[in-house]
Write a protein that binds this ligand. Structure first.
Ligand code: MLC
Ligand code: AMP
Length: 480
């Protein structure tokens, strides 16, 4: 399906990494076919998971497409995950192959290397393998990808994403955001999440347009890419950082037709400040790993700051409380139904059932309300999940590590408001009288990816609890 977007013009530019030769759709296609051949030569069969922990690069995109070509299930991981964290995914997903950067500690499965500069054992294997010219037959209900999301229990859950679900979401976004072959997409997002991998890349591939593929987000790189670009997608932190640079103005965005934001709330103040400086009203949209994009502000029509807009074509959204569906303006749990939903959590049928209502709606965990016209506003989350710079972080996972540190009696981890990252991780510790937070912090090294490490530690005599003995995290979220 993705190949339909560029089938008529394979020599158009697909990916351009600044400072490197451009890569055409034909070249990307050939690389994907060669990688698929290498995967098969290493025993990967349709339905097998291929776990990938590689730097963002053109080859990483070709690897994703190569997995699809071989009928395998793509399982991308954040390169900053520690070996201990990766071991969990290895045991849970039982991948047939681990594709990783040279020098990464081994996992208990066969592996091939891929670096960010066009080299590695996968590349060598691809040179000697028979390319897979046509995608292996798969049906809409077959798995295309397994993306893990931080669970409220602390144990990441693998969301099983199907070919049909990804295709439905890609088609809907392509349509509502008016993508076409003349677009030039600025891509600063990581490609181990739904946002950078599916939302951004699928829109581009479906329209056969050019992608300015930045290795990572930086203000300088985005400012350098905006001239001539037509679309950029990002998390709110990208926009607040851009706004802090006076060069981000109407002139810098002169060729842009669309900025989108999501993965975390964009404040109305940030939305308005961007509009004032650049003349652009960011299209805020709302999504989840399990669902892809659910709602979006309209391309044509009112883009209302602080709201996430209307359900995508084919998607149904309702807000429900304990007594059933809520009326307009009434806050409740956001529930969703539609063709783009995941097929359940990997090996967790009970969790999957618990997150669905009896009549088949997926319960998102987000609290919000609909207005009379069906426009959704989010108000927060039901659990205590932290979203920092668009990364979901489970407090429980951090608390479990902190509680094991010498001298710690108990801990509570919360997200506190932060002007840059939206929320930052803060740890409250109860412990021995001579407890040294720096020593506690060091115990997380090598255990948890750095982005999960608390940015601040506070030693307290006791944690605030309610009458039931439950830690009052709401109070800690605002405590110094
Ligand atoms: C990096 N660090 C973070 C962090 N990212 N800390 C908290 N939260 C984050 N998100 C830490 C690093 O561990 C490091 O810590 C220090 O910050 C500097 O690292 P860096 O790599 O230089 O950071 P930076 O480039 O500034 O990264 C921040 C960021 C990045 C916001 C640019 O996190 C990012 O691109 N986020 C996007 C995430 C995303 O794509 N989310 C989509 C989820 S999909 P130290 O201690 O080592 O110095 C989804 C569905 C949907 O939610 O709707 O889209
Ligand atoms: P993830 O599990 O990483 O896919 O993150 C999904 C979560 O990100 C959602 O459940 C929301 O809580 C949050 N999210 C995504 N987009 C938005 C948005 N535009 N505004 C507020 N929260 C958002």
């Amino acid at each position: 399906m993705l190949r339909d977007g560029y089938a008529g013009a394979p020599d158009r530019v697909a990916l351009e990494v600044p400072g490197s030769p451009v890569v055409t759709y034909r070249q990307l296609d050939e690389r994907a076919a060669a990688f698929a051949g290498a995967l098969e030569a290493h025993g990967v069969a349709a339905g097998d998971r291929v776990m990938c922990q590689v730097p963002k690069s053109v080859d990483a995109v070709a690897l994703y497409l190569g997995c699809l070509r071989a009928g395998a299930v793509h399982l991308p991981l954040n390169p900053s995950f520690t070996s201990e964290e990766v071991a969990f995914f290895t045991a849970d997903a039982e991948p047939a192959l681990f594709v990783t950067e040279p020098g990464t500690p081994p996992q208990a499965v066969p592996s091939l290397t891929l670096d960010g500069a066009g080299g590695g054992a996968l590349v060598e294997a691809a040179a000697g393998a028979e390319p897979v010219a046509e995608p292996r037959a798969r049906s809409a209900g077959d798995l295309a990808a397994l993306l893990y999301t931080s669970g409220t229990t602390g144990r990441p859950k693998g969301a099983m994403l199907t070919h049909g679900g990804l295709a439905a979401n890609a088609r809907a976004l392509h349509e509502i955001w008016g993508f076409g072959p003349a677009d030039v997409l600025v891509h600063p997002l990581p490609i181990f999440h739904v946002h950078g991998l599916f939302v951004a890349l699928h829109c581009a591939l479906l329209s056969g347009c050019e992608v300015l593929f930045l290795p990572r987000f930086s203000v300088a790189a985005v400012l350098g890419a905006l001239d001539g670009a037509t679309v950029m997608m990002g998390v709110p932190t990208y926009y607040s950082r851009l706004l802090a640079d006076p060069r981000f103005d109407a002139e810098a965005c002169a060729t842009v037709r669309l900025f989108t934001s999501g993965s975390a709330p964009m404040t109305a103040a940030l939305h308005h400040a961007i509009a004032e400086r650049t003349g652009h009203r960011v299209v805020e949209r709302y999504g989840m790993t399990e669902t892809g994009i659910i709602t979006s502000n309209p391309l044509r029509g009112d883009r209302v700051a602080g709201t996430v807009g209307y359900p995508l074509p084919g998607v149904e959204v309702r807000v429900a409380g304990p007594d059933g569906p809520c009326g307009p303006g009434q806050a409740g749990m956001v529930q969703v139904r539609g063709p783009h939903l995941f097929a359940g959590y990997w090996c967790l049928p009970e969790r999957t059932a618990a997150d669905h209502t009896d009549d088949g709606w997926f319960v998102t965990g987000d609290i919000g309300h609909l207005d009379e016209s069906g426009r959704l506003t989010l108000e927060g989350r039901a659990g205590d999940m932290i979203i920092s710079g668009g990364e979901n972080i489970s407090p429980r996972e951090i608390e479990a590590c902190l509680d094991e540190a010498a001298g710690v009696v108990e801990s509570a981890v919360v997200g506190q408001p932060d002007p840059d990252l939206g929320e930052v991780v803060v740890a409250f510790l109860v412990g021995d009288p001579d407890l040294d937070p720096a020593a506690v912090a060091r115990t997380l090294d090598g255990r948890l990816a750095r982005f999960k490490h608390p940015k601040r530690y506070v030693v307290v005599d006791e944690l605030p609890r309610n009458a039931m003995g439950k830690v009052q995290k709401t109070e800690l979220r605002t405590r110094d």
